[in-house]
Design a protein around this ligand. Sequence first.
Ligand code: P6P
Length: 332
Amino acid sequence: MSADTHVVTISRFLVEEERRHPEATGAFTDLLHEIALAAKVIGREVNKAGLVDILGAAGDENVHGETVQKLDVFANNVMYRALDHTGLVACMASEENEGFIPIPDKFPAGDYVVIYDPLDGSSNIDVNVSIGTIFSIHHKISDGERGTLEDCLQPGSKQVAAGYVLYGSSTMLVYTSGTGVHGFTLDPSIGEFLLSHPRMEIPVPPRKVYSINEAYFRRWSRGQQELVRYMKTEGEFGSRYIGSFVADIHRTLLQGGIFMYPSDSVNRDGKLRLMYEAAPMAMVVEQAGGRASDGRRDILDIQPESLHQRVPLFMGSTEFVDLAEEMLAVDD
Ligand code: P6P
């Protein structure tokens, strides 16, 4: 049997997953298909970013006389246009949009709410560091036919699904719908996402790696300083920090360790956003056997108050997140 017959496309995987849920209407399958299509379109532009001198920088006109968009603006438009007309979505929210995003009246609305960071880490594009798209999917809970802000402000524990796309040496789409974490790698020669990482689980025992920007050491609480000092000495941890959230979390999923973006004396709530960074990644990490905390409580238990609220973040191997919470308790 040729190797190709073992190929499982994301389409086949989604259909097989749908068959396991008799109540499924196929809407979730269609939604993930649209997100996968958006990922391919965004990935194509991200991979061209290195040619900006040829294709023109943001604000310039390209050879077709079109104004070159900043990649995060481009990615935001691609995500929106992939979903707005489908009849699958009640409303959306994006890191790039101040308010929630209603579905235009000319299109039917559906049951799902999609909240996304269209291109996280876009400041890394110029130095060719991997960046990503993060998405969070909820069911609409409001009574009206079309979505409202209330539908967006749900705790992470209510997510139907969550995932990310990593634009790196290859383009990967990783998602969970509550029954494990599944990774797909884009084969550009056929334009298909192929199942490459079935049932991703954080390794046990995990690699002893901590991931944090130590330039902020002076701003940290005493507990945070003590925690990192321990990891660097008796704890015998290694250190890895890419400075691109999706890439740092992807490595943590594959190898184990802990990613930390704590609060500090300048950023009282840390830097990362709850709705479209911490909460979706927390669902993925927990489904892979890890933990995600704000230093005191599970990320998934936090009731959001606003779309763009920030949250301190400790995410990765359970034993290391537990250790962080223990050592941060001195700050209480
Ligand atoms: P710092 C990238 O700019 C980003 O939003 C995340 O992707 C990343 O984890 C974080 O900021 C890095 O922040 O302060 O270490 O540069």
